[in-house]
Design a protein around this ligand. Structure first.
Ligand code: BES
Ligand code: ZN
Length: 455
């Protein structure tokens, strides 16, 4: 057994206890009242990476939630690896659907249940513990290491587009390792080569100055909720095709090779239907579910509100209606351009009798596509093959990590994903959990990967 594996084994109980401490901090980036908790999580991370043996730890202000930096740069001639993760989490609503409170971590059957357990606190603690094991057991690291842990990923990293160009020197590196993500199953590893981008709008429809009696005014005033649903309906056809003018213009068509690669990854439509309790899957006509999820853009209504919501009837013609929409984007769409197209579409299709105003949402990311076989991914592939005893699947994901494209743009480096979450861990949902088995397996995997990157 290697010395670092012996160290990991000897400190397993402490590491699990530390994960629970980390999970107790309600670092919800989306809710302004939780900003001090996001800051507290940054301080927790800073103390933890310093205890692990990293140097020059700094909590960097961004104008929004902070970024934690630290390094260990004593491997001359070896590559410099930037390890990425995020310590902010998604909101917990609907909180009544949690079996245990979301920030009171609960361990059962080898899993820890809490908001952020898998996405991303459990996953981002993994490399920190691996670094500690290597440093404490061997006195050094096989490569130069910098860390970039952020507190604003779950709101779309709105400040990082301005922040990163100002810190190019500090974060200069040869490769990014992303600890926010996972594998396909306990036995099936993946290489992640693509993420979608995102942009979003809040649509506020204003009708009459106040709520009105729907008998006195019904028939002479446009109801803003009806105006809103007409507007939303104008954006998508019944077959799932998005009808916003120009929406697909920049979409890179799927090549025959892309389609073959995507078809090589198993997807069980029947099991998905059953697990999610839906009578049918639904997606853009002409594409398989996996193609539609990984390589086609979407437009989704994320929330809609207005009018009377309580029990019984209230005969009201409401004065306003609201919706939030986001689009997932694929290469080579540009989030700013899509926002402009949405604006133009909404102006053109606003029904008479109401006024519409738009707010651009924080979620803003370019799609990310990396070559499958860039140097970092090759090493990840070898390590995964060794650990799992089989070839990793080459996959994309429908989700987004805004900073991946920013690393490519401003640092000129690709990101290799190396995370240990699994698809059933209910990220962003009630009863999110992380497997302690994955937590431990990941620590050894990171030690091995860093060693291989250093040869
Ligand atoms: N960890 C996820 C992204 C992810 C999901 C990677 C599934 C791999 C597989 C990340 O924390 C996330 O949820 N990102 C947000 C970003 C958005 C707010 C801009 C997302 O995709 O919704
Ligand atoms: Zn997330």
């Amino acid at each position: 057994m290697t010395v670092w594996q012996a160290y990991l084994d000897a400190h397993e109980a402490r590491f699990s206890a530390e994960l629970l401490d980390f999970l107790r901090i309600p670092s919800i980036s989306a809710i302004p009242e939780h900003a001090p908790d996001v800051q507290r999580a940054a301080e927790w991370v800073a103390a933890r990476v310093t205890a692990a043996g990293l140097e020059h730890c700094t909590i960097l202000p961004t104008g929004g939630h902070p970024v934690v930096y630290a390094d260990w740069l004593h491997a001359p001639g070896k590559p410099t690896v930037l390890i990425y993760g995020h310590f902010d989490v998604q909101p917990v609503d609907p909180v009544e659907l949690w079996t245990h409170p979301p920030f009171a971590p609960h361990v059962e059957d080898g899993c820890v249940y809490a908001r952020g357990a898998s996405d991303d606190k459990g996953n981002m603690l993994v490399p920190i513990l691996a670094l500690e094991a290597l440093l404490q057991s061997t006195g050094r690291l096989p490569v130069n290491v910098k860390v970039f842990f952020e507190g604003q990923e779950e709101i779309g990293s709105p400040q990082l587009g301005a922040f990163l160009p100002q810190h190019k020197e500090r974060f200069a590196c040869d490769l990014v390792l992303n600890a926010d993500g996972g594998q396909m199953s306990l036995t099936e590893p993946i290489i992640l080569v693509g993420l979608r981008g995102i942009c979003g709008l809040q649509i506020d429809v204003k009708g009459p100055v106040m709520d009105l009696h729907s008998g006195m005014y019904g028939g002479i005033i446009m109801n803003p909720i009806h105006a809103l649903v007409m507007l939303l309906a104008s954006m998508r056809a019944h077959d799932g095709v998005i009808t916003v003018e120009g929406f697909y213009d920049q979409v890179r068509p799927l090549s025959a090779e892309d389609r073959t690669k995507i078809a090589a990854v198993p997807f069980d439509a029947e099991a998905t239907k059953k697990d999610l309790q839906v009578p049918a899957l639904f997606g853009e006509a002409g594409f398989s579910p996996v193609e539609a999820n990984w390589a086609r853009p979407t437009l989704e209504v994320n929330g809609i509100w207005g009018g009377f919501q309580d029990a019984g009837t209230k005969t009201v013609l409401p004065s306003a209606a609201h919706a939030k929409i986001t689009c997932r984007l694929v290469a080579d769409q540009d989030p700013d351009q899509i926002v402009a197209l949405l604006r133009a579409h909404i102006e053109r299709h606003t029904p008479p009798g109401v006024t519409v105003s738009l707010q651009v949402l924080d979620s803003h990311a370019y799609p990310y596509l990396a070559p499958a076989d860039f140097q970092g991914n090759q090493v990840v592939r070898e390590v995964l093959r060794e650990l799992y005893g089989r070839e990793p699947y080459e996959v994309r994901t429908g989700g987004s990590i805004p900073v991946c494209t920013l690393f490519a743009q401003h640092l000129g480096v690709y990101t290799a994903s190396f995370g240990f979450g699994l698809p059933d861990e209910r990220i962003h949902s009630p009863d999110e959990f992380f497997r302690l088995e994955s937590f431990r397996k990941g620590q050894g995997a990171y030690c091995l990967l860093l060693e291989r990157l250093g040869v």
